[in-house]
Design a protein around this ligand. Structure first.
Ligand code: GDP
Ligand code: IMO
Ligand code: MG
Length: 431
């Protein structure tokens, strides 16, 4: 089973990092294909006193698996300072990062774009998106505007200088005249970018070629999404989205692996729903149940520490994610968090101004005031964190999984019952 994509099926933080890590020891390459250090993946390895917790932002979760080659694909935007901080942090903890490869075509997040991300949000006031402030949006905008700086530009000082001069002519007008900020100098930008060139050089290659050759040899490649379907710039709740392609199509454009080589698309879906930042969220709970999910599920952002907005499972969204991505398998995560509820509501459709919608409404404004239509499933009280097979789950937890599977448009192949690597019920083997 050579190429597998792992995709977020909701608004992010579904547990993609853990899902990647669980498969890590059986794959040869793990590729990050979109986003940048706006992502935050928490991976927990080991148990008891030897338990180790890692928070990864820019590096693919496969970096934690010895022997697996981690790859930063062409679709990623790279903050070089964060890259080397993360590498050093891992090396200090004994993680070998020497296999890391970085695409020559990935774009670089320059300082002026971090500034622009933050000042734009402030400028927008109540219309802000609630971005992570990492410069993601402005860097992707530069890429589309064809004024971006790529990793390979760092190895040709003349070209880099010409590009930085060109882009700063415009950026400085915006920074100074609209946002009343100090202009950025060409020299300072060049100095910062070039300071990373020597350390970066040995990691940089044609990662598309590398990955296709690996597939030719029958090796296994795992493509790990940052963000998620409803945050995808095309398929998400625009404009309350990130600026990259987080869906299965993006796995191809962001890695150079063609769609015909993708064998499996695994949608990671939480047993309830969370969202960080602004934007519509039909099943959001503003009551004690929301607080309970946040507390029990430790729903605080890995990147910004913001409390995540919490709500019940939304099968309309899951079906949508199944369709947009061609999901072959779902991993249902954090089922353990639902333990102890009398009834577990699941959204099966929306009511929009008296009209039932079984699919995502075509107009975004309808989605903004969609009212969930719930089906209530019986809860369970038994601790499920030690379950490793379907038979270990209490009948009502199993019934919940079956009901969710029937509503969501693809089989559930794994179930998360805790944050640790081994706290997983495997229903169908993916490899
Ligand atoms: P990602 O961005 O999709 O990789 O997800 P995050 O790492 O941001 O958020 C998921 C959180 O849930 C992390 O803290 C994980 O350690 C944790 N987690 C993942 N799977 C499970 C699970 O099945 N049960 C519980 N209780 N926690 C989980
Ligand atoms: P992972 O990979 C959850 C959200 C931000 C904001 C919007 C745009 O951990 O699932 P950006 O900085 O990307 O321009 O912000 O997207 N967002 C995420 N929410 N998980 C993420 O990543 C996210 N990455 C971005 O909160 O609403
Ligand atoms: Mg996350």
């Amino acid at each position: 089973m050579p190429a597998i994509a792992i995709i977020g099926a909701q608004w992010g933080d579904e547990g993609k990092g853990k899902a990647t890590d669980v498969l890590g020891s059986r794959v040869d390459y793990v590729v990050k294909f979109n986003g940048g250090n706006n992502a935050g993946h928490t991976v927990v390895i080991g148990a008891g006193e030897t338990q180790q917790k890692y928070a990864l932002h820019l590096l693919p979760s496969g970096i934690l698996t010895p022997g697996c080659t981690p790859v930063i694909g062409n679709g990623v935007v790279v903050d070089l300072n964060v890259l080397f901080e993360e590498i050093e942090g891992l090396e200090t903890r004994g993680v070998d990062t020497s296999l890391l490869k970085v695409s020559a075509n990935a774009h670089v997040i320059a300082d002026y774009n971090r500034t622009l991300d933050k000042v734009t949000e402030r400028f927008l006031g109540s219309r802000r998106l609630g971005t992570t402030g990492r410069g993601i949006g402005p860097t992707y905008a530069d890429k589309m505007n064809r004024v971006g700086i790529r990793i390979q530009d760092l190895f040709d000082e003349k070209i880099l200088q010409a590009k930085v001069e060109g882009v700063l002519e415009l950026k400085n007008q915006v920074l100074a005249k609209i946002y009343n900020r100090r202009a950025v100098t060409v020299e300072a930008t060049l100095e910062e970018l070039l300071s990373y060139a020597d350390r970066l050089r040995p990691m940089v290659c044609d990662t598309g070629l590398l990955l296709n050759q690996a597939l030719d040899r029958g090796e296994t490649v795992l493509l790990e999404a940052g963000q998620a379907t409803l945050l995808d710039v095309d398929h998400g709740t625009y404009p309350f989205v990130t600026s990259s392609s987080a869906t299965a199509g993006g796995a191809c454009t962001g890695s150079g692996i063609p769609p015909t080589r993708l064998d499996r698309v695994v949608g990671i879906v939480k047993a309830y729903t969370t969202r960080v930042g602004e934007g519509p969220f039909p099943t959001e709970l503003h009551d004690d149940f929301g607080e309970l999910l946040r507390k029990t599920g430790a729903e605080y952002g890995t990147t910004t520490g913001r409390p995540r907005r919490c709500g019940w499972y939304d099968a309309v969204i899951a079906r949508y994610a199944a369709r947009v991505n061609g999901v072959t398998d779902f991993t249902l995560t954090k089922l353990d968090v639902l333990t102890g509820l009398e009834k577990v509501p699941v959204c099966v459709a929306y009511d929009v101004d008296g009209v039932r919608h079984d699919e995502m409404p075509v107009n975004q404004s309808d989605f903004h005031h969609a009212v969930p239509i719930y089906e209530e499933l019986p809860g369970w009280w038994e601790d499920i964190s030690a379950a490793r097979t379907l038979d270990d789950l209490p009948p009502n937890a199993r019934a919940y999984v079956t009901a969710v599977e029937e509503m969501s448009g693809a089989r559930i192949s794994a179930i998360g019952v805790g944050p640790a690597r081994d706290q997983t019920v495997v229903v169908h083997d993916l490899l």
